[in-house]
Every structure is written in structure tokens, then in C-alpha cells.
Design a protein around this ligand. Structure first.
Ligand code: ADP
Length: 499
């Protein structure tokens, strides 16, 4: 395994797998549900039950109060006690004396009717302090001493034993004070709690099994596409560019698969281009070298061939070779970002005008018609040498690829903010499907690496890199059989201080 592979593995061993994470999340979720269930269903059951009873007693008391001092109040108390399974005592309070005015006993385990006077006055005092209402739980305790009475203690000590809920209400009707004491029994809830506990352990077990199953299924569903993608990415890394990534019907995974498919396509294209590039460069280097070697040997072995003409061929080939090497160097520096534009303000019109002079011999000798139209000064802030290289490459291409009319038109047009350089030829044009690719290194429309025309096959990639380094707009408009117009635009520099 490679060092980076080992490092990746070590890093991986410190991270948690999706399967585990999903399981932990689900387990946490299940735990929360269980805790909530336990808290409300078991722990707080007694409290909620008692609360309900109190509310019930309160509304019964309200109802009775509304019938106090009515003719059939006694019957009402009786009926209510029977209906609700309660014990009810209604006292009239006069000074420190309490006289029972109505009472009913429908509860099997009543406390109210066994209350001693002091407990009654204790309830009265508490209700008075408490603003007129008071409630208390009383636990029935069996007396173990034979012959002695069973008794009630305040509070709920043993949920398995019966507990009475007492509700006391003080009310004054037409100047007379009454005390209502209602007593209801809380059924022992131990059995309910035990039933719930048994149920609860079943729920825990089922939920645990469901959690494990769900974690397993969810993680399988999520992990399967990722595992497949990882395996295919490994194949891609090993050089198999034909792999195709699938999304398995998940939108996010589909997006990832699309990106990876696109990356695989790009890597494959880059790989192909790189191979072509090496083949082309080797070819381009070998051709002049073979010529130089051949002519050198010729001049060495045959004294009659040792003439200026042959020496010129060697010089020309050497020039071509060094042009190719410096173009390659420029391009790799530009693309690696090590060569940055050194910007100065200069007049683009003057620069293009000077460049046009280089083509005068071509016009005279080969009958080219090369025209230039510019509109006054066009100051720009740019790297003069680089822009010159761009102009030179574009005009060279126009000259090389123009048609039989040998017509090339260079124009410089200005707007308020920018200047546009364009070079038009009447050559064969470029098919639309290839127009984007001509900017790639060594891309040739006909794919035939001919040297009949000058140029190293790197011209447009250098143009592209330079213009992109200047953040300049550029492009080509071309029609097959009509010709092409290559153009770029630079912002006009507002300060007319020329260098
Ligand atoms: P070279 O000209 O050395 O082949 P370039 O990078 O300058 O390399 O151009 C790339 C390709 O773009 C050319 O091979 C040619 O097919 C096409 N091309 C460039 N300029 C023109 C043009 N003015 N007319 C038609 N085709 C062109």
C-alpha cells in the first residue's frame, strides 16, 4: 500500500461509519421515547391520577355549592355521592362549632365519617389559610395491634394500599359559612404500575430490535450506493476512465454520480490530450532536429554542400525549434500561474500598427492583402509583450488559414470604455462543433499536424491563457466557407499617461 493510502486508512480508522452513526442516532431517539414513556406512564402515574381526582372533586363541590340552601339539598348530596362514588359532609360553621347539615356515604372506605373533631378543625384551619380550599391525601394503615383501630396517616406512602383524597371547600352563602368535605378513594395503582412495567419491558425489547433492524436497513440503503461509488472511484484512480457512476435513485447521490461522471470524462479527455501533446511535441521537435542533423552531416561530408543556403536552413530550423520551446515554456508558465502580466499603460493602436509592419514583406512577396483600420489612440493597461504575442498569433493564424483571396482585415474599434481588436479572414472557417476546442493545446481542426503553415499549434492556447490572465473578453465568430473573426477586448485606460 502507498504512503498516502496508509495515511487515508489511519485517518479512516478514527472516523465512525455511517452504519454506526445511524444506529446511535436511532438508539438515542428510542431512548428518548422510552424515557418519556417511563416518566409519564409509570413515574408520574400516581400524581396525574390524584390530580384528576382533585379536579373531579372540585367540580362536584362547585355543583353542590350552587345548590346550598335549596329545598332538596339533602337529596342532591345523596344523589351526587352515589353517582360519583363519594363521601360528602356539609357542615355549617358557627363560631368554633361545626354542625353537619348534610352527609352521604357512598364510598366503601370513607375517612370523612371517621374524622375526629381535631382533624376536622385542622382541615378547616388549613382551608382558611389556603384561601378557602384545601386538599389532602390520607393513607389507610391497618393497625397490627389486635383490638386497636386502624388509622389514617396523611400522604401516600404505599401505592399498593388504598389512599383517600380529601377535598375541603369553605363557602359563605347568605351570611352563613359552610364547609364541604368530599372524600374519594384512589384505587391502588400498584397493579396498574406492574402491568405497565411488564408492558414497558416488552416495548423496550421491541423498540431495541426495531432500532437495530431500521439502522441496518437504512444504512444498507445509504451505504450501498456510496460503496459502489467508492469502488468505481478506485477504478477511476487506477486509470479506468470508462467507469460509469450510478445514483441509485437518490437525488444527492445522483448529483455526486453526475459530478464524478463529468470528472471522469474530463480526466479521460485530459489524458488523451496529454498523450496527443507528447506525440505532437516529439514530432515537432524531431522534424527540425532531423533537418539540422541531416544538413549538418551533408555540409560536413560533402564540401560542395557547405554553402550559405544550407546553413540558412539549419538556422531556420533552429529558430523554429527555439520558437516551439519558448512557446511551450510560455504556455506552461502561464497555465501554472508563474508568469503574471506586468502591466503598463500603452497605446494598443500603435502596437498593432507596429506589428502590421512585420507583414509588409508578406504582402509584397506573396500578394497578401492585409489591411488595418484603427480609430486614434487606445490606451490600455496590460502586459505589452504578452498582448503583442496575442496579436501576433491571431494575425499569423488569419494569414495561415485565409482563403485564396489572401485577404486579412485587422480592426481596432473603440467604445467609451473599451477597445476591441478583431482580425478577420476569408478562409475555410471553423465548424461550430469544433469552435470551443481550438483553444486547447495542439488542437487542430483537421487533426493533421501539417507544417505547411507556420505556427507551433500552441498559438490559441497562449492567446487564451494571456487574455484570461488579463481578465479580458475574447472569442471567435466563424462560418464554414466564409471565414473567421478572432477578437478580444481590453478596457480603455482613463489616464492618458503613456509610457
Ligand atoms: P496552429 O495554428 O499552430 O495550428 P493554433 O493554436 O494557433 O495552432 O490554432 C489551433 C487551430 O485552430 C488551428 O490548427 C486551426 O485548425 C484553427 N484555427 C486557428 N485560427 C484559425 C483561422 N483564422 N481560421 C480557421 N481556423 C483557424
Amino acid at each position: 500500500m502507498t504512503e498516502s493510502g496508509k495515511a487515508r486508512d489511519t485517518k479512516r480508522s478514527h472516523t465512525t461509519g455511517i452504519r454506526w452513526r445511524i444506529f446511535l442516532c436511532l438508539a438515542l431517539f428510542a431512548l428518548m421515547i422510552l424515557m418519556t414513556l417511563w416518566f409519564f406512564q409509570i413515574r408520574m402515574l400516581g400524581y396525574f391520577y390524584a390530580r384528576e381526582k382533585f379536579d373531579e372533586l372540585e367540580s362536584v363541590a362547585e355543583d353542590l355549592i350552587s345548590h346550598l340552601e335549596t329545598e332538596h339539598f339533602d337529596d342532591r348530596v345523596d344523589l351526587t355521592a352515589k353517582e360519583q362514588n363519594l363521601c360528602v359532609c356539609v357542615f355549617r360553621i358557627e363560631g368554633s362549632a361545626a354542625t353537619a347539615v348534610a352527609d352521604a356515604d357512598a364510598s366503601s372506605n370513607c375517612v370523612v365519617h371517621q374524622l375526629q373533631d381535631e382533624l376536622l378543625s385542622d382541615l378547616y384551619d388549613n382551608a382558611r389559610k389556603n384561601g378557602g380550599t384545601y386538599d389532602r391525601r390520607m393513607q389507610f394503615v391497618k393497625n397490627d395491634n389486635p383490638g386497636e383501630d386502624d388509622f389514617y396517616v396523611p400522604g401516600m406512602h404505599d401505592p399498593s394500599k388504598a389512599v383517600n383524597v380529601l377535598y375541603v371547600r369553605l363557602v359563605t352563602v347568605e351570611g352563613r359559612e359552610y364547609m364541604l368535605v368530599l372524600d374519594s378513594m384512589l384505587s391502588p395503582i400498584r397493579t396498574i404500575i406492574t402491568t405497565l412495567q411488564v408492558q414497558f419491558s416488552w416495548i423496550v425489547m421491541l423498540l431495541l430490535i426495531a432500532t437495530v433492524l431500521m439502522a441496518f436497513i437504512i444504512s444498507r440503503l445509504i451505504v450501498a450506493p456510496l460503496t459502489s461509488i467508492t469502488q468505481k472511484a478506485g477504478e477511476l484512480a487506477a486509470g479506468n476512465y470508462d467507469v460509469s457512476f450510478e445514483g441509485f435513485g437518490y437525488r444527492e447521490v445522483e448529483e455526486l454520480a453526475d459530478t464524478l461522471n463529468f470528472a471522469a470524462g474530463e480526466i479521460s479527455a485530459t489524458d488523451r490530450l496529454q498523450k496527443e501533446l507528447i506525440a505532437n511535441i516529439s514530432h515537432d521537435l524531431r522534424t527540425p532536429l532531423t533537418m539540422i542533423k541531416g544538413y549538418g552531416e551533408l555540409m560536413r561530408d560533402l564540401p560542395g554542400e557547405n554553402n550559405a543556403e544550407n546553413a540558412q536552413i539549419i538556422i531556420d530550423e533552429t529558430t523554429r525549434l527555439s520558437e516551439l520551446v519558448s512557446d511551450l515554456l510560455d504556455l506552461s508558465k502561464l497555465q501554472a500561474g508563474t508568469k503574471k502580466p506586468e502591466c503598463d499603460v500603452f497605446d494598443l493602436t500603435a502596437l498593432v500598427g507596429d506589428t502590421m509592419k512585420r507583414y509588409e514583406a508578406l504582402v509584397r512577396r506573396d500578394g497578401y492583402r492585409i489591411s488595418f483600420e484603427g480609430e486614434g489612440e487606445a490606451p490600455v493597461l496590460a502586459d505589452r509583450t504578452m498582448i503583442l504575442q496575442v496579436i501576433y498569433n491571431l494575425i499569423n493564424n488569419a494569414v495561415n488559414y485565409t482563403g485564396d483571396g489572401k485577404c486579412v482585415r485587422v480592426t481596432l474599434t473603440r467604445t467609451a470604455e473599451r477597445v476591441r481588436f478583431a482580425v478577420a479572414d476569408d478562409g475555410e472557417g471553423i465548424p461550430p462543433e469544433q469552435i470551443n476546442e481550438i483553444w486547447d493545446r495542439y488542437y487542430r481542426v483537421d487533426k493533421v499536424h501539417k507544417r505547411a503553415v507556420m505556427g507551433t499549434g500552441l498559438g490559441l492556447s497562449i492567446v487564451k491563457s494571456v487574455l484570461e490572465a488579463h481578465h479580458a473578453a475574447y472569442g471567435v465568430e466563424s462560418a464554414v466557407g466564409v471565414g473567421s473573426i478572432f477578437w478580444f477586448e481590453l478596457p480603455l485606460h482613463q489616464n492618458p499617461n503613456m509610457n
